[in-house]
Design a protein. Structure first.
Length: 385
């Protein structure tokens, strides 16, 4: 029986390894989705009645800002205040806030205009400026582009009744506000980020915290050094969770999934935004990020078949591709938005773009955020960097 040249044998092993890794990830991430759904179905829905202060740092009139903020005004929670902060007196978001104040006169809505900057992270500066106005000891932080259901506050704050809980956070799904590029942006969240987070959580990891929602007690915030410790931090949401975990407190992933607006209208806007996310993830977990390419199912399977076009690899590719399709359809049905088959045809292009972004994220640490250029690796809390 003829022996393959060393080069051909190496390519065969590499191709087989790529196919095996991509298929395994697709199958295991599908299992993690069903496991998460089963765990949520068997978990009693907790509801809290403790008073809450909600922090909403704002910057500009983002698409659907009124609708997203209005969802926070419709909560069935008995006692909460809404704190909305901007830095500039002519910020277009102010008009939206004033409209909501007029629409909901009985709701304690406080607009805070404060130009003080406390560090490189302008969002954290906004949070620092809002904090003196918080009336309650339970705090909820949520990005400006988040939309929520009426039971949101009651459900996400319920775990805070346990003294060993540090923060509660929520996964999120994309809400496309625009055309092709915003749909690709939704797939970044729904078809790559969320499955990866669910998979990590299924294997016991709680090393996460998402800007979509972070609920915590005031005493926890004080114990880790307040917002001030994050003033020069890029991944402020992650570090809020990480510092609370280092203080010996648990992170809880809520069973509630919120919506986040995806409004990119050009390739450049999408590329810049996602490259910032990926370089930030690389700074937080460099070893795990180096292996992220196995998540990009379609191009990795194709590359594996090109390098090793054997019948076993073809079967692996069918298995991985099938698991990827089932996971996509299942998660689309789970969010009950559009047809479960909607945008399935975009997933190969989404994976290919992610592969290029991942490779680019490995080359530099520079990120662009709201007109500022930051270094993803340097911006960590000084006490722990």
């Amino acid at each position: 029986m003829p022996t393959l040249p060393v080069t051909d044998m190496l390519l065969l092993w590499i191709g087989t390894g790529l196919n095996l890794a991509a298929a395994a990830y697709a199958c295991v991430s599908l299992w993690a989705w069903f496991r998460c759904r089963h765990a949520q179905a068997g978990r009693p829905a907790g509801r809290a009645i403790h008073p809450v202060s909600v922090f909403k740092p704002l910057h500009g009139a983002e698409p659907r800002l009124y609708e997203n903020l209005r969802s926070f005004c419709l909560q069935d929670h008995a006692n909460y205040q809404l704190l909305l902060g901007v830095r500039e007196a002519d910020d277009p978001a102010i008009a939206v806030v004033e409209r909501l104040i007029a629409e909901f006169p009985a709701l304690p809505i406080r607009l805070v205009v404060d130009p003080r900057i406390h560090g490189a992270n302008l969002k954290v500066s906004n949070l620092i400026n809002l904090r003196p106005h918080a009336q309650h000891d339970w705090l909820v932080l949520a990005d400006s582009d988040i939309s929520v259901s009426v039971d949101y506050l009651s459900r996400v704050t319920a775990p805070l009744a346990d003294a060993d809980v540090g923060i509660v956070t929520c996964l999120y799904h994309g809400v496309a506000e625009g055309g092709f590029w915003s749909r690709l942006g939704c797939l970044f969240i729904d078809d790559w980020f969320a499955p990866s987070a669910r998979l990590a959580h299924a294997f016991g990891s709680t090393r996460f915290a998402f800007g979509s929602t972070i609920a915590l007690r005031r005493e926890t915030l004080d114990a880790i050094g307040g917002f001030e410790i994050l003033c020069d931090t890029l991944a402020d949401d992650f570090w809020l969770g990480e510092l609370s975990r280092r203080a010996g407190l648990r992170t809880v992933l809520s069973d509630l999934v919120v919506g986040t607006e995806v409004s990119e209208t050009s390739f450049h806007a999408l590329w810049t935004h996602e490259l910032r996310w990926l370089r930030t993830i690389r700074a937080i977990a460099p070893a795990g990020f180096a292996m992220t390419f196995v998540c990009f199912t379609w191009p990795v399977l194709v590359l594996g078949l090109v390098l090793a076009p054997t019948p076993p690899n073809a079967l692996l590719a069918l298995l991985g591709g099938g698991a990827r399709v089932v996971r996509y359809v299942a998660q689309r049905r789970g969010t009950a938005r559009t047809s479960p088959w909607h945008d399935l045809g975009l997933t190969p292009y989404r994976d290919l773009l992610l592969l290029f972004e991942w490779a680019m994220a490995l080359t530099r640490w520079r990120v662009e955020w709201r007109g500022r250029v930051l270094h993803a690796r340097k911006h960590a809390p000084t006490r722990y960097s």
